[in-house]
Design a protein around this ligand. Structure first.
Ligand code: SF4
Length: 259
């Protein structure tokens, strides 16, 4: 009896679910190949067209992390490692109401910071980093957030991605912070294939026209977060579906975008 029901389930799956799952399996295979960084690359005209559409659709894209100055942006980005922006945004209003400068954050102390961010993953380590980076800003940078990558990555808890976000968002520098979303898009679409995040970052900085670099980071993050998601991307809603080189895409005609 048990054997019969298993057989029936398998037959059902073969007709129904298994058939629906096939594209996902194909997509996973396509991703595995794409993430080797060997995909077909876009030509300059395709890159120009993609960013023309991103700009037409959203001329002033904004990051989602709440902050009020370069220091609170830096802290929010450090807190966002392996956490969602929404999760960070739940904790930071109370933290920043008490401490929106390195002086106030250092005065708050590590224990109090830890209490205020305890809903965020890895909060113990992050509280220590936020406290120590505030002290370092006071002692070595006159209480200001530095504006070079080398100086930023010297701060506790701040890596290359954090530095690039801060340089781009707080100081308007044409940097590209490659996270999991941008790595996926760079490789899937053919915009900037690369086998690791640094290769994709350097390629993006090379191929994206200078006039789009200020907002390129946000356009790509938002596209990866809401359209070109990891599993079952929304190709039918994708404004670059015709340009995309990913063999797993499920649409080739993009919806209209304002000219
Ligand atoms: S068509 Fe768009 S959503 Fe689909 S894989 Fe390509 S970039 Fe992603």
């Amino acid at each position: 009896m048990a054997k019969k029901s298993v057989k029936k389930a398998l037959q059902k799956a073969a007709k129904g679910k298994a058939a629906r799952l096939k594209p996902v399996a194909k997509q996973i295979k396509a991703d595995a190949k794409a993430f080797e960084g060997v995909g077909k690359r876009w030509k300059p005209a395709q890159i120009e067209e993609a960013f023309r559409r991103f700009q037409a659709q959203e001329p002033e894209p904004k990051g989602e992390l709440k902050h009020s100055n370069p220091f609170t942006l830096l802290v929010a980005v450090v807190l966002s490692a392996q956490a969602t922006d929404a999760g960070v945004n739940k904790a930071t209003p109370a933290l920043f109401a008490l401490a929106d400068t390195p002086d106030k954050m250092a005065a708050l102390g590590e224990d109090r910071i830890r209490d205020l961010i305890k809903t965020i993953g890895l909060f113990r380590m992050k509280a220590k980093n936020v406290y120590l980076l505030s002290k370092k800003l006071i002692e070595e940078f006159g209480g200001e957030v530095p504006q070079t990558r080398d100086e930023l990555v010297s701060l506790p808890g701040a890596g290359r991605k954090t530095a690039n976000v801060v340089l781009n968002m707080a100081f308007g520098q044409p940097t590209m912070a490659v996270d999991t979303h941008i790595f996926r898009i760079g490789n899937r679409t053919g915009l900037a294939p690369g086998k690791d995040v640094l290769a994709v970052e350097l390629e993006l900085e090379k191929v994206i026209p200078a006039k789009y670099m200020q907002h390129a980071h946000h356009w790509l993050i938002l596209h990866g977060r809401y359209i070109c998601i990891a599993r079952k991307p929304h190709c039918d809603r994708c404004i670059i579906a015709d340009l995309c080189q990913w063999p797993g895409k499920t649409a080739t005609t993009p919806p209209p975008v304002a000219a």
